[in-house]
Design a binder for this molecule. Structure first.
Ligand code: GRG
Length: 287
């Protein structure tokens, strides 16, 4: 997994060279190469290999997914959205380059993502490339990330039900993770049953990712509370632990992990091992 993430980092570095106009490429590279966990690209490659494809076949798609994810983080951090100062341990894009450039850097990354898959994918039929691009697009637009974000923005300061919370997370987080896994299997030559199995796996880990994030928020905040003598660091946003209690949230995470792993039973154990370990990693991650 670490090796795959390293290969992704190298491919991303090459995909966005520092060229003219320098400022926009600097801003794109600043956030893209800032050292995220690379969960989406690694999932995409692992899924491609699961169905018998090689890493290189899925690499342009893997990079495109990380470009889209990064653009969504840049825009999410803007003053008109979450207004955050820090991302991936560094000042946010707009803090470093200004709001105007940050918006353009996001736009350029989104556009480059589609160009990159279409222009750089090799040894995959045009029909499969188009299918994968359609899958990826649907995870981004008004039925995907954008849907999650607009409902999230609209719910600020209001009481959020468990089903609202699930809607937000499915769209903001799970859809792109699902696209990563499905696109990997499509590029790798997966058949209908294989693609359906990995889609179900992805739906579970997509939600799992967010439940774990919420649990980490609580555990991190309570550790910080200890350090800061009672200063209230717990945000007022709705989370799984808040809506169902921490123990039930942990049980729910366990159930999702179990379901995800069950979907992998269909595949040869050796081939499914990376996706199996990725699910365990997502369940047990500490950041
Ligand atoms: C797609 C046009 C367009 C706009 C984007 C701003 C927005 C609309 C959507 C917000 C999407 C968002 C910020 C979702 C949160 C996703 C999430 C769980 C982020 C954290 O992912 P990690 O933990 O982060 O994988 P790293 O830094 O490791 O990559």
């Amino acid at each position: 997994m670490l090796m795959k993430a390293k290969h992704v980092n190298k491919a991303l570095e090459e995909a966005v060279p520092l060229r003219n106009p320098i400022k926009i490429h600097e801003a794109m590279r600043y956030s893209l190469l800032a050292g995220g966990k690379r969960v989406r690209p690694v999932l995409c490659i692992a899924s491609c290999e699961l169905v018998g494809g090689e890493e290189s076949i899925a690499m342009p798609m893997a990079c495109a997914l990380e470009m889209i994810h990064t653009m969504s983080l840049i825009h999410d951090d803007l003053p008109c959205m979450d207004d955050d100062d820090l991302r991936r341990g560094k000042p946010t894009n707009h803090k470093t380059f200004g709001e105007d450039t940050a918006i353009l850097a996001g736009d350029a990354l989104l556009s480059l993502a589609f160009e990159h898959v279409a222009a750089k994918t090799r040894n995959v039929s045009a029909e499969r490339v188009v299918r994968a691009i359609a899958e990826m697009s649907s995870a981004v637009g008004s039925q995907g990330l954008v849907a999650g974000q607009i409902v999230d923005l609209a719910s600020e300061g209001k009481d959020v039900s468990l089903s609202d919370l699930e809607y937000i997370h499915v769209h903001k987080t799970a859809k792109l993770l699902e696209a990563a896994v499905v696109c990997g299997a499509v590029m790798g030559g997966g058949d209908v049953i294989e693609i359906e199995k990995v889609r179900k796996y992805a739906r579970c880990i997509g939600l799992l990712f967010q439940v774990v994030d919420d649990i980490l928020d609580v555990t991190k905040s309570s550790k910080e509370l200890g350090k800061t003598a009672g200063k209230d660091l717990v945000s007022d946003k709705a989370t799984y632990p808040k809506l169902m209690g921490i123990e039930n949230a942990k049980k729910f995470a366990g159930k999702l992990l179990g379901q995800a792993i069950q979907e992998l039973d269909y595949f040869e154990a050796d081939r499914a091992a990376p996706l199996y370990h990725l699910a365990i990693y997502i369940a047990g991650r500490q950041n």
